[in-house]
Write a protein that binds this ligand. Structure first.
Ligand code: THG
Length: 265
């Protein structure tokens, strides 16, 4: 499982405050913690609701913080193609992720020229379009198929395409878990990678960690390749390690046994 550490996100109060105060030590500590807990990529979202120019300035600063910690691949998380373009121009690690493109025509038109500049970059595709997130899982798969075709046409290989079938809160619709899992199962047949922002599933419920942990186990059973999660939470590390062992991804249970010996969770 490819782990994308979710903590550096301007929608979180502590991160927004650190961005506003330009508190480098706080951000670097948050990055370091996530790397120590097994993050392969660090999601960087500088959106604090103060407009595009401010977001550019802030993501530049977050990228500086990241590289002061080490040569860590970023996952550039913005809904604004201009911010993504600017951020990628500052990324020096060859390994990087773009988060994200989706099925909206305007978004595709703006992002394709950017993606062409970085054809080896990994790219997260959200299965939504101008009409929003389809409640029919088959429509999500159709959006994924269309995006895969468009990306292949500009030279992006399937191994660098990460489809996000979009986890929505189970508290809003009791079938949201199943809708995601059904879409994931179909997208897995398209020979691309998959990812998701896990914690949406538990929004509005008590004991979110518990709910996230069980859902992650089901996702891993369906073959989820990567997830945007908080790996500093022991339940998350536990769910990944145990689920991978139980689904044939841990030969001789070596990783599980070592994790238990080293009290990783
Ligand atoms: N898919 C993709 N990218 C994404 C998402 C997704 N990026 C953003 C988000 N969803 C995933 N990242 C986070 C980051 C932080 C939190 C949740 C998801 C988080 N949430 C606290 C909560 O919900 O209670 C906020 C409280 C706080 O700490 O201030 O921490 O789905 N491709």
């Amino acid at each position: 499982m490819i782990v994308i550490g979710e903590r550096i996100n301007g929608t979180r109060k502590s991160i927004r405050e650190a961005i506003e105060k330009k508190d480098k030590e706080f951000i670097k500590k948050e990055i370091k913690k996530q790397v120590e807990c097994g993050s392969d990529y660090i999601d960087l979202n500088a959106g604090i609701g103060k407009g595009k120019e401010r977001e550019k300035e802030d993501i530049k600063w977050l990228i500086e913080c990241l590289y002061e910690v080490g040569n860590i691949p970023p996952c550039i998380d913005s809904s604004d193609p201009d911010v993504i373009d600017f951020a990628l121009s500052l990324v020096k690690t060859s390994d990087k992720m773009i988060n994200s493109i989706n099925g909206e025509k305007e978004k595709i038109e703006k992002l394709l020229p950017v993606i062409k500049k970085y054809p080896e970059s990994k790219i997260i595709c959200l299965t939504m379009d101008e009409k929003g997130i389809p409640s029919d899982y088959k429509k999500r798969v159709e959006i994924a198929e269309n995006l895969i075709r468009i990306l292949n046409e500009v030279g992006v290989k399937n191994e660098n395409i990460f489809v996000d079938c979009l986890v929505e809160p189970i508290s809003v619709n009791y079938e949201n878990g199943l809708i995601f899992l059904n879409a994931l199962k179909e997208v897995k047949k398209l020979n691309v990678k998959t990812t998701c922002g896990l914690s949406n599933v538990s929004f509005g419920l008590p004991d979110r960690k518990l709910v996230n942990k069980y859902f992650l186990a089901f996702c891993i059973y369906e073959g989820l390749d990567s997830a945007i999660v908080d790996p500093t939470v022991p339940d998350i590390r536990e769910a990944i390690c145990v689920s991978e062992m139980l689904t044939g991804k841990d030969e001789f249970c070596m990783k599980y046994i070592r994790s238990k010996r080293e009290k990783c969770f």
